[in-house]
Design a protein. Structure first.
Length: 255
């Protein structure tokens, strides 16, 4: 939308934008070059969307605003937790475009797509509170932080439910049936079979620094959760692939 040269943009700046927590870090500014270079918007952006387009129609209207660099010369990006902590909604909107414009499957690179795979890593943590065991009213800042975490948790749950419903709907489309296979793989720490493992990972802090042994534990946890996921197992079977060995993690955390 911005006619930016993504090849010259450092990944570190994108990570900084994703970590720009409101009130703690400053936003990352981007230039809008859309008015400097004559480009043709993609067909899905300029297609007419009626009143029943729902989320796709609303997002299309918002994206069209970026095509006018005179009114929107800059964008300021912050931590995505304020709008979509899982980073899934942009893909849900793209699925909405596909549902409203099935002819896109027969254009360019879409024609070769056979499998669409979502691996959602919901790395939320649960900091157990002792407030309900005391009569004393908790302080405002801890309450605000906890309220934000609860909001993101519930919003993420709604987003996952939306993804599941969107995939089921797309599977019923005549133009997509027998054309695309969809896989939705949801991972979170509370999926550990052993309660002690789940408790360990759910208690880890959200921070910019983790000790090396904890990082190793998290890598091993990702492998464990991924390879025990039934949808991932189905994907592996459909691809004719086999699993790999488990990365090394601290025995106390993973066994």
């Amino acid at each position: 939308m911005l006619d930016s040269d993504l090849g010259a943009y450092p990944v570190s700046r994108a990570v900084a934008a994703s970590s720009a927590v409101l009130g703690v870090l400053t936003p990352i500014a981007l230039n809008n070059y859309s008015g400097e270079y004559p480009t043709v918007p993609p067909p899905w952006l300029i297609a007419p969307y009626g009143p029943n387009a729902g989320a796709a129609g609303r997002q299309i209207a918002a994206l069209k605003l970026f095509l006018n660099s005179t009114n929107y010369p800059y964008l300021h990006l912050v931590d995505g937790g304020v709008s979509d902590n899982l980073g899934l909604r942009v893909y849900l909107e793209l699925l909405s475009y596909l549902g409203l414009n099935p002819e896109l499957l027969h254009q360019g690179r879409f024609e070769k797509v056979r499998k669409v795979i979502f691996i959602c890593v919901n790395a939320y943590v649960h900091d157990e509170k002792s407030w309900d065991h005391k009569a004393k009213t908790p302080r405002s800042i801890p309450v605000a932080i906890a309220a934000d975490a609860v909001t993101m948790r519930d919003y993420s749950a709604d987003t996952l439910a939306w993804l599941a419903a969107a995939i089921e709907k797309l599977r019923s489309y005549p133009d997509l049936r027998n054309k695309l296979d969809f896989y939705s793989i949801d991972l979170s720490f509370d999926q550990f079979r052993e309660q002690s493992q789940a408790a360990y990972f759910l208690s880890l802090p959200t921070t910019f620094f983790l000790k090396s042994p904890v990082v190793d534990d998290l890598k091993a946890a990702a492998h464990t959760l991924l390879y025990q996921n039934p949808d991932f197992k189905k994907l592996m079977t459909d691809l004719g692939a086999s699993s790999t060995s488990l990365p090394a993690g601290r025995a106390g955390a993973l066994k």
